[in-house]
Write a protein that binds this ligand. Sequence first.
Ligand code: GUN
Ligand code: FE
Length: 430
Amino acid sequence: MTESVIIHGDIIYSKNMRELACFEDSWLVCDSGASGGVYRSREDIPARYKAYPVVDHSGCLIIPGFTDLHLHAPQFAFRGLGMDKQLIDWLDQVAFPEEAKYADTRYADMAYRMFAEAMRNSGTARALIYGTHHTDATMLLMDNLEKTGLVTMVGKVNMDRNCPDYICEKDHETSLAETERWLKLTAERNYANTYPILTPRFIPACSDKLMIGLANIQGREHLPLQSHLSENEDEVKWVSKLCPWSTSYGQAYDRFGCFGANGPTVMAHCVWSTDEEMLLIKKNNVFVAHCPASNMNLASGMAPIRKYISMKIKVGLGTDVGAGHCKSMFDAMVQAVEVSKLYWKYVDRHAKPLTMEEAFCLATRSGGSFFGRCGAFDPGYEFDALVLDEREIRTPIADLSLKQRLERFIYLGEYRDIKAKYVRGSQVII
Ligand code: GUN
Ligand code: FE
């Protein structure tokens, strides 16, 4: 149930990549699921909101909920395991054997229940999530996520070549027919907060005919699409062999019609993108999901995030569970800053490290904009909020600014320190 409430506390959100909006001891209005703005004194609250109940979170930080732009639900099961490999071997030896288990709907339901519960108890309000290629298991994932109150886009994965028989769809016709069946099922369920997103795994695992078929579905149904791009050097070389006519990996997606031309598109990683590929990402308004933990764990490399930001490419953060070991977007922000420092030190002295304001913007306003008006408390934005309790992060320093308190929470806070979570104005149980 969407509530209209006024929350009292120390409110902070991202205005843009450079600036934070800070309101100490202030009032944040939730008006039927949307932000009614922030007010510094009770008297300033407009008369039309004055009757709303006030929830007192004095002394707590109140920030927008996070958007995780990229993670794999079936890989949650083995998070923190199998980190000694690079992408192709990791897929064959770690990810695919686990994903195959989701042919069994009993296993899938049990695993996805655990996953959904963990997502509910996290700082993530919105997420773009991969299932497996199994339609029925992906429906169970969507059913479980719908119960959490989180807003998610979920994909039945398409993969019809270059993977072991036990996990490969028979051919492009089967893969496309299952995609149509899945879309029909999702339409029948009439979810409030769970949306389908087309999910070709990556070009190596998708035949040309499958990619073209998915582009057609995307254009027809006006659906978003997610995939992986230029994550690993061997993968990039593989794509240039599979698509010898292409000038870049991104241009291959574009030739198939899966690079923004037919609907909103997110590409995870973009570690090894060439200048040409970056220009195409920018031109086509493709979002980049930066996944620093995954890029370190699979030794994929360091993504040139400073360059993407300065080109005004749309960027958000992804945990990429399970190549990323942890579902925490707090950790993703810290990792993004850390990797950007190594990139600056070892790769490009002109690529300034990310600031804390930038990392926070990526996790909230910037990534959130894939879902529309969310990730901030501007009036009219969808109301996703976290109430943070800093009591466990003790310090004798009494005069920390709001910005310093946020910075400390990003580095030191845990999901246990989230006192309340609202998504689209509804309180999600923590
Ligand atoms: N590329 C294709 N599939 C995957 C996956 O499951 N994880 C990651 N990190 N990269 C991929
Ligand atoms: Fe991934």
